[in-house]
Ligand binder design. Structure first.
Ligand code: AQP
Length: 336
């Protein structure tokens, strides 16, 4: 039996948005009172795409600030950046040798992110899921809160753990992790296209609500958010094939911690303009205080560095201990 332990990570690739918040960070905050939690700024994942070094440094700090502003307590949880703990990269190499090329070829996120010019994508982007498996398994984490877009990568993590345990006949050395995916909204979609996920790298800023957006901007983005010509249905069936409507209703449910049925009961038969003003209010109430706190924390870089330093030391101790055991299982040893 493995001790229950939560691990998750967020890439420091720019403005965090409502998708990151509702899909992942909100769950991180709820879990901190129930489990031992380790939250990582996965900066090594960020460099699978080209980054500006100065911006990357600032984005790493802003991600820490966003965690704390969203309610994560750095005294209670381990908050650190991936590059500070070298065991992540070392275990990722081991997993490069455990995972099969066929498994990598099936990863849909690689296909989406590499786009048409697959041959020109970095090798890192292709083996990213092995590093993600290493991030989780180096701590023998049992539970991973993520948005639905990461489900396939977590299945791969489970396959890697099973293959390693089996290849090296080491029982259940690595736990078979459980994803924790939010129920009311597992994937927040773009405000401009209900078939695409809300994403930092989408060109149009109108497609997402950033955690640092102010009241007026949030209101304007929600007013302009794409919908259809029908009114809001009273039953879930009425949302069938209505991607944009489903997205806005689900955002409202998630941000207010209520079930979708309840939202439909309240707004069924009404038009979208009435609903949108209530949706804006709810988002503004939740997100604006977080945005203000992020900006305030960014003025105190010393404090943010201290949080990372403290968290990295704690994570490094756990990771080094496990890496020694893993190397021993494989037949490797460190003589330096
Ligand atoms: N639209 C989303 N809906 C629900 N969850 C989401 N997550 C991201 N977008 C959505 C969840 O946020 C966590 C951190 O994600 P990430 O920043 O590490 O990477 P990502 O999934 O690649 O996010 P983006 O915004 O799409 O970044 P870019 O554009 O840089 O690739 C994860 O748990 C993820 O599921």
């Amino acid at each position: 039996m493995h001790k229950k332990r939560v691990f998750s990570g967020v890439q420091p690739t720019g403005n965090l948005h409502l998708g990151n918040y509702l899909g992942a960070i909100k769950n991180f905050v709820d879990l901190q009172n129930k489990f031992e939690c380790i939250y990582c700024i996965v900066d090594l994942h960020a460099i699978t795409n080209k980054q500006n070094p100065k911006e990357l440094k600032s984005n790493i700090l802003e991600t820490v600030a966003s965690f704390i502003a969203s309610g994560l307590n750095p005294e209670k949880n381990i908050i650190f950046n991936q590059a500070s703990v070298s065991a992540h990269s070392e275990l990722a190499w081991v997993f490069n040798c455990v995972a099969r090329i066929g498994w990598m070829n099936r990863m849909t996120q690689f296909k989406e992110k590499a786009g048409a010019n697959k041959e020109n994508a970095s090798v890192g982007l292709m083996v990213y899921p092995n590093l993600m498996a290493a991030d989780i398994l180096i701590y023998k984490a049992t539970h991973v809160p993520v948005g639905e877009d990461q489900k396939q990568h977590l299945e791969l993590t489970r396959d890697i753990a099973k293959k390693f345990n089996n290849d090296f006949k080491c029982g259940e050395y690595f736990p078979i992790v459980e994803p924790l995916i939010p129920k009311e909204i597992s994937r927040v979609m773009s405000l401009r296209d209900g078939k695409k996920k809300m994403s930092k790298s989408e060109d149009s800023d109108q497609s997402r609500i950033n955690l640092k957006d102010d009241k007026d901007l949030i209101d304007q983005k929600i007013k302009k958010a794409k919908t259809d010509n029908d009114s809001i249905p009273s039953e879930i069936n009425g949302l069938k094939n209505r991607n944009e409507a489903t997205n806005l209703i689900s955002i409202y449910a998630s941000i207010n911690n209520v079930k979708i049925d309840k939202v439909l009961k309240e707004f069924g038969g009404k038009n979208f303009s009435t609903f949108k003003s209530k949706l804006s209010e709810s988002i503004i109430e939740k997100i604006c205080p977080i945005g203000k706190q992020i900006k305030k924390l960014m003025d105190d870089e010393k404090y943010l560095h201290k949080v990372l330093e403290k968290g990295s030391k704690k994570a490094d101790i756990l990771a080094k201990h496990n890496l020694k055991e893993i190397y021993d299982i494989i037949g490797l040893a460190k003589f330096s």
